[in-house]
Design a protein around this ligand. Structure first.
Ligand SMILES: NC(=O)c1ccc[n+]([C@@H]2O[C@H](COP(=O)([O-])OP(=O)(O)OC[C@H]3O[C@@H](n4cnc5c(N)ncnc54)[C@H](OP(=O)(O)O)[C@@H]3O)[C@@H](O)[C@H]2O)c1
Length: 328
């Protein structure tokens, strides 16, 4: 069964996603929509789609579209997800899923009430190297897990995209990139029992840097950092009583390499995985296709409760520093 995709918003990430749609078997890009018709037409020339709409409304109303990928800024995810669900369309919504937990809860409640598929596009969750790390941990290769260290930092180049520091678009390091270390730690250790956070606030009022410590009653810990001020290694370590697994630079992307440091061996072992062409979004796309073919309304791999738990944690981090967006 072919899954017919629509793309809502023709920005930067939408282009990478559209390129990877071509790599996901049985997925077809049927329609793209932009607030600007010409932009949608140009997009559909680069990534062939039967329909190019000058409004999101036309996309959600179109009968030939099964599922819509929402690629607008975070602050619009709530509105756009409700728009799609209210027109009966399945949704894959970019991260951060929403601005806060009340928004995320409303999106989830509507999807569940209407029995329509909804998933947060946390693509790292579906990448082969991340799945391999989970397998290594569950096989006991690092023993009892003691903690996670992860960072994500880059200095945006001129012209700096407006979205990154604009509070009206949900800007700030935490929601844009800090979400990856937070997801990574939380997906391995679970929701923290206690969070300590500190932020540097940019002139626009959103966080430029964010440091976080997660504490767990069982003694596990995570030390996480995000920055829009400096280029960092953007790597991650998971360490345990028998060894350590390290994900090299851009730990959240397919380009990362897994390095294994067993305690009893003096040398590093590199775990080699075959890497597919593409940006890596094809893995989450294939997963959504499979869920839709099976008639599922929710992903069993990245559940809506996982998305809500992630949002709760992001809320708690922001609350410590009093960082509020207009909708809070
Ligand atoms: N998974 C990943 O690896 C990844 C990477 C980058 C970004 N993202 C996420 O994807 C989302 C979009 O990021 P992006 O980098 O693609 O941003 P972008 O280049 O600024 O594109 C966002 C698009 O959203 C649409 N839009 C709708 N309402 C808007 C508004 N009020 N202001 C500005 N744009 C609006 C615009 O498309 P039209 O004009 O065509 O309607 C715009 O081009 C963000 O939530 C971000 O966190 C994910």
């Amino acid at each position: 069964m072919k899954i017919r995709w629509g793309i809502l918003a023709c920005g930067r990430i939408a282009k990478k996603f559209a390129a990877d749609l071509e790599l996901a078997e049985g997925a077809e890009l049927v329609a793209v929509a932009s607030r600007d018709k010409q932009r949608a037409i140009d997009f559909s020339k680069e990534f062939p789609a039967k329909y190019a709409f000058g409004s999101y409304q036309e996309l959600v109303e179109h009968p030939e579209v099964d599922v819509i990928y929402i690629a607008s800024p975070h602050a619009q995810h709530h509105e756009h997800t409700l728009l799609c669900l209210n027109h009966g369309k399945a949704v894959l919504c970019e991260k951060a899923f929403a601005i806060n937990s009340p928004q995320a809860s409303e999106m989830i409640e509507l999807a569940r009430k209407k029995n329509i598929f909804l998933m947060e596009a946390l693509w790292s969750r579906f990448l082969p190297h991340y799945l391999k790390v989970r397998e290594m941990i569950s096989e006991g290769m690092i023993g009892e897990v003691k903690g996670v260290l992860a960072n994500f930092g880059f200095k945006p180049m001129d012209p700096v995209p407006d979205r990154l520091f604009n509070p009206d678009l949900g800007g700030g390091a935490l929601l844009d990139i800090g979400i990856y270390p937070v997801f990574f730690a939380q997906s391995i250790l679970g929701k923290p029992d206690k969070i300590l956070a500190s932020m540097d606030i940019a002139s626009t009022g959103v966080d430029e840097q964010c440091s976080m410590i997660f504490q767990y009653k069982n003694g596990q810990t995570a030390s996480l950092f995000s920055s829009l001020a400096s280029n960092l290694e953007t790597d991650a370590d998971i360490f345990g009583t028998k060894g350590r697994i390290r994900l090299t630079s851009r730990f959240y992307e397919p380009s990362a390499t897994i390095q294994y440091y067993p305690d009893k061996v003096d040398s590093r072992q590199t775990v080699s995985l075959e890497r597919e062409n593409g940006w890596g979004y094809q893995h989450e796309i294939r997963h959504v296709n499979e869920c839709l073919r099976k008639g599922l309304n929710e992903s069993p791999m990245h559940t809506l409760d996982d998305s809500l738990a992630l949002m709760n944690t992001l809320d708690s981090i922001r609350a410590q520093m009093g960082l509020k967006y207009a909708v809070d």
